[in-house]
Design a protein around this ligand. Structure first.
Ligand code: C5P
Ligand code: ZN
Length: 499
């Protein structure tokens, strides 16, 4: 069966439930930009159907959260939707929230590996889960679609919304924002693949998204800053030094100042000026840094996904910046503002989101500097880890781990996965966020599986998992070193078995 056919069945299940509803549908969604995009898509789709709903944003669907939901919900007359999480907890959800095994009053629209599955090769087990949980639980792995690279939580919600009403095709752009947040545009030139590509085609044919071939730098930041702080394109000698970058840009023969004295952005440059700057960067990289020209061009000129209906000078014009903006609202406990923006608010919520974004960027850069300046990264034979102490809050511990592994390649050992460990303020536990570079995943590392195994070896029953390159859980204070010892040996075994 194809994913779309499966989704049609899930939609029918949904339709059969709404006639009996006595209270608004309660959507639970994840705090990151994919989760917020997912929530916004569902919200907009239900709004259009005039179905009342409310949205709750959670950092993670932990066991305690599920218990809390069970104690709130009158699930005989209510319908719950879990988006961008729920598959990794489907057994718990089923146990705690359904009084009828075949007919629970909730729907899971997720793309994470289902609970009990550590590897996409476990096809028989995956089919069994599909048979037992369809149509109230839908997950791309049921249909041979990779949830880590081919579709996001927002993508799953988009397919659902499209089944509900073809008018929702305009939400395809938000699905692409979500997929970008989950770094699914990993193909050459930052392209998408699989189901995401089909969603992108919807967005392009409706003119909700345009693909432009452009320099990979931010289009709205002053160009010297955009280059100096680019995470994709490192230029030793210029990276992290906007003043020097400005001097470098001036030598390319392009006037970099506007008449009011501000520095031009990529948007302010014409094709000829962009060409001059590309040539300078190409020369600098090949002659001074000795990098192969083809490699430079591959990273310099990429696909950018832009939303033509948004103002060119706003963050929301570029899918990637849009996604970053959403993430910043979620990570600052203001996810509802992000959802409002993704549902179309360009007034109050947008202004608030921009303010949040500014503060968030400052927190991230302070956190990274604190780690490096104080040598906070510790190492075992097969893993690296750092404690956030009282400096890095739980909400951004994973973001920092991602930046260290995916962006700061020159300063981190990408041969070992990294685990960020944040102190949770309300419980005696650490929140753990693991990240592995793709080269490690290719060598057999699967963090979702590693976390689940290490939890088991430590005798913990917390829920944990995610995707092979990114996974999380929580661990009581007094078990942390035991957990780290176990995960170190699990990672060693994963690499060894793959040899
Ligand atoms: O929390 P963190 O950002 O580290 O999570 C990484 C990935 O693992 C996310 O996709 C998250 O949804 C997933 N995860 C999970 N179950 C958990 C914790 C995280 O599926 N208990
Ligand atoms: Zn997601």
């Amino acid at each position: 069966m194809r994913l779309i056919e499966g989704m049609e069945k899930t939609k029918q299940y949904f339709s059969s439930k709404i006639s009996q509803l006595e209270s608004p549908i309660h959507i639970f969604t994840h705090i990151d930009s994919d989760g917020l995009s997912a929530g916004a898509i569902l919200g907009k789709a239900l709004f259009r159907e005039k179905i009342p709903f409310q949205i709750t944003i959670l950092k993670q669907l932990e066991r305690e959260e599920i218990e809390k939901i069970a104690s709130w919900s009158d699930y005989t007359h209510n319908l719950l939707i879990f988006s961008d999480f729920g598959s990794g907890q489907f057994l718990e959800l089923h146990e705690k929230l359904s009084n009828n095994i075949k007919d629970p009053n909730f729907i899971i629209l997720d793309h994470h590996l289902p609970q009990g599955i550590s590897d996409i090769e476990q096809v028989d087990l995956i089919s069994k889960i599909r048979e037992n949980t369809s149509p109230w639980h839908i997950n791309p792995y049921f249909f041979g679609v990779n949830g880590s690279s081919e579709i996001s939580g927002a993508g799953m919600c988009y397919l659902f919304a499209k089944c509900l009403n073809s008018q929702n095709i305009d939400l395809s752009s938000i699905a692409i924002v979500g997929a970008t947040g989950d770094v699914q545009n990993q193909e050459k030139d930052k392209s998408f693949t699989g189901a995401n590509l089909e969603i992108l085609n919807d967005a392009i044919s409706g003119r909700y998204i345009e693909i432009v071939h452009d320099l990979s730098f931010s289009s709205i930041k002053p160009l010297n800053e955009a280059i100096a702080y680019s995470t994709d394109f490192k230029l030793p000698g210029l990276t992290n030094d906007p003043n020097r970058t400005l001097k470098f840009l001036q030598t390319s023969g392009v006037l970099m100042e506007n008449s009011d004295g501000t520095i031009k952005t990529l948007h302010d440059l014409n094709q000829d000026q962009k060409q001059k700057i590309s040539t300078s960067i190409l020369e600098y990289s090949t002659i001074k840094l000795g990098i192969e020209p083809s490699e430079v061009i591959d990273r310099l000129i990429v696909n950018k996904y832009v939303l033509p209906k948004e103002s060119k000078y706003l963050e929301l014009h570029d899918v990637r910046e849009f996604s970053y903006l959403l993430n910043s609202t979620g990570r600052s406990d203001n996810g509802s503002i992000g959802i409002a923006v993704a549902m179309g608010d360009r007034k109050e919520a947008y202004d608030q989101a921009i303010e949040i974004l500014k503060n968030y960027k400052s927190l991230i850069s302070r956190s990274i500097s604190w780690i490096y300046e104080n040598n906070k990264i510790q190492s075992k034979d097969n893993i690296q880890y750092y404690f956030g102490e009282d400096k890095i809050p739980e909400s951004v511990i994973g973001v920092i781990a991602s930046i260290l592994v995916f962006d700061n390649l020159d300063r981190i050992d990408t041969n070992k996965p990294i685990f960020g460990i944040a102190t949770r303020e309300t419980e005696q536990v650490y929140k753990i966020s693991g990240r592995a570079h793709e080269s490690l995943v290719e060598r057999g590392v699967n963090l979702s599986e590693a976390i689940r195994k290490a939890l088991e070896l430590t005798g913990l029953n917390a829920l944990g998992g995610g995707h092979p390159p990114a996974a999380g859980t929580k661990v009581p204070f007094d078990k942390i070193y035991e957990f780290l010892t176990h995960i170190d040996s699990v990672i060693r075994e994963q690499i060894k078995e793959n040899k």
